[in-house]
Design a protein around this ligand. Structure first.
Ligand SMILES: Cc1ncc(COP(=O)(O)O)c(C=O)c1O
Length: 458
């Protein structure tokens, strides 16, 4: 599988897989005293490392007789493995059907289709054994379609072997055996287990560090031996973390797992482009953030290799889209609700009670020069009154409005929003009918945020 760089013409695109560059990181890792090198897998024909194992799984299946001419390849894939398989299938003449989750970038799915694959998008937030999950659907297709072969990258040993045979030796040779730490995101586990096994065989002192994400089971399982379902929840980072224990994760090879947040993974993906000119994907950002988090493990003279799995082009509508980043609160430059609270001149939270009279409310509004008021009962927000609603009531009831109670006039309570909410998100709540929102700060105090406050703060 290793690409021979001395030849000028390759017989087909599959021969160009592997032999990817190792590049020194100069700015992004400046706080680390060790040399930090990036193994950049984007030069593979499918723009990801997964080309390596995709071809290996197919070639091994052919050699065993599991995949025969004219056969159909089935796989659960977040896109990159699919792209590797699709490319190999085009060259070798197989049909491909992929199941993927609805969390994956649309770009990834479209690219798979472009390479001739059929793609079935399945829901993310279901148990792996749910009949709708992408594991279950792949299994079903494999049982139903004659002459089909399900690669099953999670448990297929060829996945790990591909990296043992190619990624590991490349890194060893490129660093002339000087590598001290290997850091990489973990999904199926093939990359870390195969590369790590090869490197540890060469030098058992090399530390193998896996990057995990919040919402995945790996770190806790590695540290305690417990498969804790409470660790599982939906997350945004693509390509790494699992809610299962794939056979390809060799926990004995891995020295430690480090978890990285969705936000840091996204931000570091951007920093790699901005500071190093390296256009890579979401899991690369996660791995890079992990390297920074782990900086105390590295000393001067160490050679740290971090692996970047795939290309930035698959994330243009996500990580590289400001709106997408803002909606998730990933951009720090954004004004938040708490910034508006900080800028308010009058921070007192004035409210009225349901049994107060409309006259009292009108007086309060006049005295304090306020246009809307929350209605509270026993410490709970139960409604709201606004200048418009009071005025309408007074006009409709010119003779008996004064002693009427607030509960007759009040409308729905103003929505509660978190104080960390980016202000761009306030437009989802504020409207003609809803002139204000309420936020609770860390000390537990309530604040009303009106259209006026928003205008004043920008
Ligand atoms: C973008 C990306 N990053 C990381 C990984 C994890 O690699 P592995 O499955 O070898 O653990 C994958 C696997 O699909 C991936 O597509």
């Amino acid at each position: 599988m290793q690409r021979n760089t001395s030849i000028m013409i390759y017989n087909n695109i599959l021969e160009t897989i592997g032999n990817t560059p190792l590049v020194k990181l100069n700015k992004i890792a400046s706080e680390i005293e060790a040399t930090v090198l990036a193994k950049i897998e984007t030069t593979n024909p499918g723009n990801s490392i997964k080309d390596r194992m995709a071809l290996k799984m197919i070639e091994d299946a052919e050699a065993r007789g599991d995949l025969k001419p004219g056969g159909t390849i089935i796989e659960c894939t977040s896109g990159n493995t699919g792209m590797g398989i699709a490319i190999a299938a085009v060259v070798k003449g197989y049909r491909c059907i992929f199941t993927t989750s609805d969390k994956q970038s649309k770009e990834k799915v479209d690219m798979l289709k472009a390479a001739g694959a059929e793609v079935i998008v399945c829901p993310t937030n279901v148990e792996p054994d749910d009949p709708r999950s992408y594991y279950s659907i792949a299994e079903k297709l494999n049982n139903e379609i004659p002459n089909s072969y399900w690669c099953n990258q999670y448990d297929n040993p060829s996945n790990t072997v591909a990296h043992y045979e190619s990624t590991g030796p490349e890194i060893w040779e490129q660093t002339e055996g000087k590598i001290t730490h290997f850091i990489v995101g973990v999904g199926t586990g093939g990359t870390i287990s195969g590369t790590g096994k090869y490197l540890k065989e060469k030098n058992p002192d090399i530390k193998i560090m896996g990057i995990d994400t919040y919402g995945s089971v790996f770190k806790k399982y590695h540290e305690t031996g417990e498969f804790d379902k409470n660790e599982i929840y939906p997350y945004i980072t693509e390509g790494i973390g699992e809610d299962i224990l794939p056979k390809n994760v060799d926990f004995d090879i891995i020295d430690l797992f480090e978890k990285v947040t969705d936000k840091d993974a996204a931000l570091y993906t951007r920093y790699l482009a901005q500071q190093e000119g390296i256009l890579v994907g979401n899991s690369a950002g996660s791995a890079m953030a992990g390297v920074i988090q782990l900086k105390d493990h590295f000393k001067p003279g160490d050679v740290v290799v971090v692996l970047f799995h795939d290309h930035a082009s698959r994330y243009v509508g996500k990580i590289f889209n400001d709106e997408w980043m803002r909606e998730r609160g990933f951009l720090d430059d954004e004004l938040k609700v708490k910034d508006i609270i900080a800028k308010k001149n009058n921070k007192s939270f004035i409210s009225v009670e349901p049994k107060m009279s409309v006259r009292e409310v009108l007086n309060l509004m006049k005295d304090k020069d306020i246009s809307q008021l929350p209605v509270m009962s026993n410490g709970d927000i139960v409604g709201a009154v606004s200048e418009t609603s009071v005025l309408n009531y007074v006009l409709e009831n010119p003779f008996n409005h004064a002693e009427s109670k607030v509960e007759k006039v009040m409308g729905e309570a103003f929505p509660m929003v978190p104080e960390d909410l980016p202000c761009s998100q306030l437009s989802r709540f504020i409207s003609k009918k809803i002139p204000a929102v309420i936020a609770k700060d860390k000390a537990g105090s309530l604040h009303i945020i009106t259209k006026y406050d928003i205008i004043q703060s920008v």
